[in-house]
Design a protein. Sequence first.
Length: 417
Amino acid sequence: MSSKADLIVGIQWGDEGKGKIVDMLAQKYDVVCRSQGGHNAGHTIWVDGVRHALHLIPSGVLNKDAINIIGNGVVLSPKAIIEEMEQFESLEGRLFISDKAHLNLPYHSLIDQAREKLKGDNAIGTTGKGIGPAYASKINRVGNRAGELLNPEQLCKSLLLSFHTNKPVYDALKIETPNEAELLAELKFYKEKLGAFITNTTNMVWDALDNNKKMLLEGAQGTLLDIDHGTYPYVTSSSTVSAGACTGLGINPKDIGVVTGIVKAYTTRVGHGPFPTEDFGKVGETLADVGKEVGTTTGRGRRCGWFDAVVVKHSSRLNGCDQFALMKLDVLDGFETIKICRAYEYNGDEIDYVPSDLENCKPIYEDIQGWDSVEGISDYDKLPQGAKDYVKRIEELTNTKIGIISTSPDRNDTIVL
């Protein structure tokens, strides 16, 4: 009988702290897979005081015994992953890239940035990394896949034809495309650096499961940025929910084991879009300052506010979460009173679900007594009573148990229940 793949999924608007949990759990897994997104994602991992910033490489890379797979659902920037790989010793035999992963090439980011600029105040607030245009090329059936890097001459011809066909678009956006010599040289460089890592990862994943290897799956961003189920149009361009891991790696729902939702002890989001519990005063400033809420990929400050149990309950059901990992509980140290959004005021009524027009919801809060400090605690019994009450109330409001609690960025400062 085949083994099952456990899954890590972000429950809010991303930036929940998935990197730390995947890194911690990956020490016990044979294979770690990334299923979607691109280098717009940023996973920050702290180990023994050393910071590692990952964007495309799975977080299991810090386990030298683990195999790391970038699945077909990812849009791959060759330039970005080559730069990211430089921070590690030889990754051959440890990192594999799906030959079906679509390429995110420099012209995609130029299109992304130009369109955001033209939209002005109506911009979505993308990272400008070309993720949307790369996925658009894929869906329009005009994209190119990683396997094509193995034949740079043929890929060069394909891209030049695309540039010619879309010349009016590039001219309108004032984007200068490379000439044949420049493009071919770039593609040959990508082949030289990445050719040894590109393979049929679907078969790799199947073989691993059939041979009872322990497998951990990670995605990027968070549930509320899902292209279908997020706060559209202020979303990313891929499926960030647990079901997206199946299509992004070539596995079926029966292959999924334990689903762990990563939840921040308060709420943040980057870019534009609705955010019912956003705080524009001192609380928001304190959360941003203490939590060091700056994007790993963009350096942009994150919007901050109190914990929203309504969206977290919604996301838990959507993903089929077996448990939560509650992150950054220590950031709430020192607050006299901590608020939890338990419901919304919506069109004059009180509701406990997420409507499609979330921007028209106002939070209804309840208060929890604060605490002095949980930072660095790794034993649940040593948590202050206020923190225990907070954890219990989140479980009650979201109908999901909390199995992991993080009390600092370091791998060791973690409570496993």
